[in-house]
Design a binder for this molecule. Structure first.
Ligand SMILES: Cc1cc2nc3c(=O)[nH]c(=O)nc-3n(C[C@H](O)[C@H](O)[C@H](O)COP(=O)(O)OP(=O)(O)OC[C@H]3O[C@@H](n4cnc5c(N)ncnc54)[C@H](O)[C@@H]3O)c2cc1C
Length: 323
């Protein structure tokens, strides 16, 4: 793993705040989408400030290895996040480590109030709050996250080439993950707590036809075990039975939770809580834009988060020119 200078770098950007009360663009979320939005906003001559409630970089700081970011054949998440963070700050973006706790989107003077009680005004707001992964909650899950437990087959499937893995879930993501992994892995167990799938029938049929996918139905993962990395899981069945299965990887595909609770009642969200918007990030509220995993879209990845950030900043620029 490359050296993690992640926690050393951006101290210069952590300043206390009074002079930054008015900006062109307020950006909520310091993941790849939010930081890219800040980079593009600054380079377009706008002033921007990013609010981050945890660590800059977002979800990807949890990843030990990223292999699908163009131009970086292999990089760990914190190093990638730090590079984007430095790049945005290098162009003058500010980062404030505080949570956006209230938001006002009325009219041309928009504002957010943070958990600490400070209120910031901006002419436009970009929401880049990302998603949280739904967890299994079983024994061993936390211990083996990044050591065989993954929440993203697109991201990590290639690390399990030729191996045996389990996918947990019954929706479209689980079915798609099982099909993707079946092409890479020797064998895939698809573990689902019911006997029918929530996902589309066409995907369920494709899964059933795939000779190296074994369905383990009416079953729940109770424990993930191994020595340093995953080697087996224990499942229990609704009829009271149990089974131990040898696997090198466990792909948890039981859903994402968009971090959009604050927006409920302020803007229309889809049934799952995502903010409806196309790739330009334009929402139903003038001057309020969205970027990254929290918007309605098919592929939630770094590359699409970065692309969204750039697009949302461009949309904000055009909006600011128009008012
Ligand atoms: C373990 C793991 C491995 C992955 N591996 C890959 C990979 O190899 N390749 C790939 O392309 N993708 C990978 N992904 C997916 C990728 O990380 C995401 O698609 C990407 O991070 C989305 O970026 P984002 O900026 O939209 O959201 P996020 O990364 O979720 O960032 C959102 C940020 O907003 C902050 N936030 C939310 N609400 C508030 C608020 N109210 N106030 C202040 N801050 C707030 C959060 O703390 C978070 O830091 C992986 C994800 C995980 C979890």
């Amino acid at each position: 793993m490359a050296s993690l200078n992640f926690f050393a770098v951006p101290q210069k950007s952590i300043r206390k705040v009074q002079s930054y009360m008015n900006k062109d663009v307020l950006i909520i979320g310091g993941g790849i989408a939010g930081l890219t939005a800040a980079l593009y906003a600054q380079r377009a001559g706008l002033s921007s400030v990013v609010f981050e409630k945890n660590v800059c970089g977002g979800q990807i700081v949890q990843s030990a290895e990223v292999e699908n970011y163009p131009g970086l054949p292999s990089v760990d998440g914190p190093t990638l996040a730090t590079a984007v963070w430095e790049q945005a700050c290098g162009h003058g973006a500010e980062v404030i480590f505080d949570e956006a706790a209230a938001i006002s989107l009325d009219g041309q003077d928009k504002s957010i109030t943070t958990f600490s009680g400070d209120t910031y005004h901006g002419k436009a707001i970009i929401w880049a709050g990302g998603v949280k992964r739904r967890l299994l909650g079983c024994e061993g899950e936390n211990r083996f996250t990044g050591k065989g437990v993954s929440y993203c087959a697109t991201c990590d499937g290639a690390f399990f080439k030729g191996k045996t893995v389990a996918v947990v879930g019954g929706g479209n993501t689980a079915l798609e993950d099982a099909l993707v992994l079946a092409k890479l892995c020797e064998k895939v167990y698809l573990i689902h707590r019911r006997d029918t799938f929530r996902g589309e029938a066409v995907l369920a049929e494709a899964v059933k036809k795939q000779s190296n996918i074994e369905l383990v139905l009416n079953a729940q993962v109770k424990k993930i075990s191994g020595e340093g990395k995953v080697s087996s899981i224990d499942v229990s069945f609704t009829d009271g039975g149990s089974r131990s299965i040898e696997v090198s990887g466990v792909f948890v595909a039981i859903g994402l939770i968009p971090d959009t609770k604050l927006l409920e009642g302020i803007i229309e969200l889809d049934d799952a809580g995502y903010i409806p918007a196309g790739e330009e990030g334009v929402t139903s509220i003038p001057g309020f834009f969205v970027a990254g995993d929290c918007r309605t879209k098919k592929l939630r990845q770094l590359i699409t988060a970065a692309s969204d950030g750039a697009n949302a900043a461009q949309s904000a620029l055009e909006y600011l020119r128009s008012i």
